[in-house]
Ligand binder design. Structure first.
Ligand code: ZN
Ligand code: ZN
Length: 182
């Protein structure tokens, strides 16, 4: 693996990191030992989120992080293709902002991946699906206007122009279907 860390952006290299120690067949992520950032390919992220979603129990209240919009937005570059990644609120409502290359994967800052998986384990995908349905219905009525970042709402899509083509949202819908079939 020869990938630069998008968080450090100074040539620091990511290191292959198996998700289960002592299991060479386990999926790998790429981690930065300097800043703690983690780069996850789409198929590995699916595996992780699906495993976390299987552990949802009861009617626990989803654990959302409070979306931090403080400070300037920094667009990181994909370590595989170098294109500027999109900044997205994971699953639309988790409150965790991640950097996404639609082709290659998702970059999580230090501590963000555990937060996202805790959000999924606490039932976050069902919440994301409910909010997504509500927003689709709302936008069907008002196709010209997509509310963005209004306080007190469940919005917070990092990019209001492409939320309905948001691969993360599509993936959440897929994961929610898997849950319903289980
Ligand atoms: Zn780094
Ligand atoms: Zn890329």
């Amino acid at each position: 693996m020869d990938l630069p860390c998008p968080g450090c952006d100074d040539g620091t290299q990511l290191h292959a990191w198996p998700l289960r120690a002592h299991d060479p067949t386990a999926p790998h992520v790429a981690a930065c030992t300097t800043c703690g950032g983690v780069w996850v390919r789409p198929n590995v992220l699916e595996t992780l989120v699906t495993e976390a979603a299987r552990q949802v129990c009861g009617d626990a209240e989803p654990q959302r992080a409070s979306l931090s919009t403080a400070g300037p937005v920094v667009y990181r570059r994909c370590p595989e293709c170098g294109v500027s990644m999109q900044r997205k609120n994971f699953a639309g409502v988790s409150g965790t902002l991640v950097d996404v290359c639609g082709q290659h994967g998702t970059y999580f800052d230090h501590d963000e991946l555990p937060h996202v998986l805790a959000f999924v384990k606490s039932g976050g995908l069902a919440l994301a699906e409910r909010v997504d349905r509500r927003e689709r219905a709302r936008n069907a009525k008002r196709p010209q206007f997509i509310p963005y970042g209004q306080p007190g709402t469940d919005m917070g899509y990092a990019d209001p122009n492409d939320w309905h083509h948001d691969a993360t949202t599509e993936f959440v819908a897929w994961a929610a279907d898997v849950l319903h079939d289980a």
